[in-house]
Design a protein around this ligand. Sequence first.
Ligand code: MV4
Length: 493
Amino acid sequence: MFKKILVANRGEIAIRIMRACRELDIPTVAVYSEADKNALFAKYADESYPIGPAPSSKSYLDINKILDVAEESGADGIHPGYGFLSENPEFARECEKRGITFIGPSSDVIEKMGSKISARNIMIDADVPVVPGTEEPIEDVNTAIDIAESIGFPVIIKASAGGGGIGMKVVHSREEFEKSLNSIQSVASSAFGDSTVFIEKYVEEPRHIEIQILADKYGNTIYLSDRECSIQRRHQKLIEEAPSPIMTPELRKEMGEAAVRAAKAIGYENAGTVEFLYSKGEFYFLEVNTRLQVEHAITEMINGIDIVKKQLYIACGEKLPYKQEDMDIRGSAIECRINAEDPLNDFAPSPGKIRRYRSSGGPGVRVDSGVHMGYTISPYYDSMISKLCVWGKNRDEAINRMKRALFEYVVVGVTTNIPFHKAILENDAFRRGELTTHFIDTHNILEDVEKIVDKEANRNMTLASALDNQNQKVAAVTSAVNAYLDGYKKQNQ
Ligand code: MV4
C-alpha cells in the first residue's frame, strides 16, 4: 500500500479521498491555493502545502509545483480527484516519470480518450455501439455536407478534442452546415489548439446513462452499475440517480458488457466511467471519463463498494477481489448537487460567506462537503456546497427521503439551488422516471422554482430574523432548525 498520498485537488473531493486514506491509515498531503488557506480540506490532511495564488492556472493546475510538493513530502501516490489535472495526460506522464504513482489510468489511455474520433473508432472496432457518423476527421465542406445528407439531418458537429459539451453544434439543414462547421472549427482551434471535427447523427431528447467500471492491472474488468445523469443544465449535472429508472437487469448486462469491452479495448486500468446516450431502446457510446466522478457516491451506496479505496488498491497492484457475478445492487440512490447559485438568475454563482449552516442527516443520508458555518465560498472555483445523497430501499423511498433531506437543509448567507431540487423532486414526470437531457426546459421547472421560492419567503424570513435578533454568536444551529420548522408549521396551518 502507499506510504503517503498527495491529493491534487480541493473541497469536498479532497476530503472524500482523504477519508478513504484515513480509514486505510495512509497519511495524506494537501496542496492549497491562497484562497483555500483556511479551507477544511487543508486542515483535514496530515500535512498541507501552499502552491500559489487563487487562480487555478497558478495553483491547482501547476504540474511542477504539485510534483515538487509530492517529492518534498515523500508522497508515493497522487490522487487527482475530478476536474483540474485529473484528465491531463501530461500530468499523469510527469508522475510516471518522477516515479510517483498517478492514481488513475495510464497517460496513454487518458490521451487516447481525449481524442473523441480516436475513442469512437476504437469503440467501433470493439463492437461497442456508437451513434451513426464519420470515422475520419472532416476535411472539406462539400464532402461533409454529403455525409450529413446521407446520415440525415439533424446532425451534430463535434470537436475531436472537446468533451463534456464544449465544442459541439447541432445542425438542422444543409444551408446552416458550412457556417456551423466554421464556427466549431474556430472554437475548437482556440479552446483546444486542435480544429479537428467529426459528425454524428443528432439524437434528440436522449437520456444520459453511464456505467461505472473497475479494472485492475491483470485484465480483470467489471461493471458495478449504472447511473442516470439526465437532469442537467448546460452540461452541468444537477441530479443523478443509481440505478436509472429505465434500467432492467437485461439492459444493465448489455450496457455493462459494452462498457467492459470498451475498457478492455483501450487497456483501461483503475476506476472509470463509460458514458452512453440512450434513446428509444438503443444506447450509443459517447465518452470515457478517465477519472473518479463527482457522482461516484450514489454507486457506492447501491453497490456497497468504496470506489476510492478500490482505486488505491488497484493503483498499488492488488487484484480485484470480485468477479462480475459478485456485483449485487441494493435499492436506489439519488444525488442532488447543492450549489451556491441562483436558479432564478440564470443559475449565476452566488459566492460569499455561509452565515448559518446545518446539513441534513438521519437514515440513509450522506453529505459530502468541504464547507461549514462561517466558510466563505470563493468566486475562483466551482460553487458546489455539497453533494446531498440519499439511499432508499427503492426509488420511491429514495425520492421521499431526498424531499425530507432537502426540507432539513439550512443554508443562510448565500443563495442556493435547494428550491430547484425541491421543484424537480415534486415533479410528477420525475416521479414517474420520465427523464431526458431536456427535462428542465420541457417541464418548465423554473416556474415551479419561482413558486417554491415565493412560498418559502416567509419561512426564510422567520429563520433569518430568529438568527439576527439574537445577540451575536448565540444563534446556535439547532435554533435555526427550530425557527425553520416553526415558520413552516405556521404557514401550513
Ligand atoms: C450528443 C447528443 C445528441 N446526439 N451526440 C453532450 C456532452 C458530450 N459528451 C456529448 N453530448 C451530446 N452528444 C449526439 N450524436 C447530445 C449531447 C448532449 C448531452 C449529452 C449528455 C448529457 C447532456 C447533454 C445535453 C445536451 C446535449
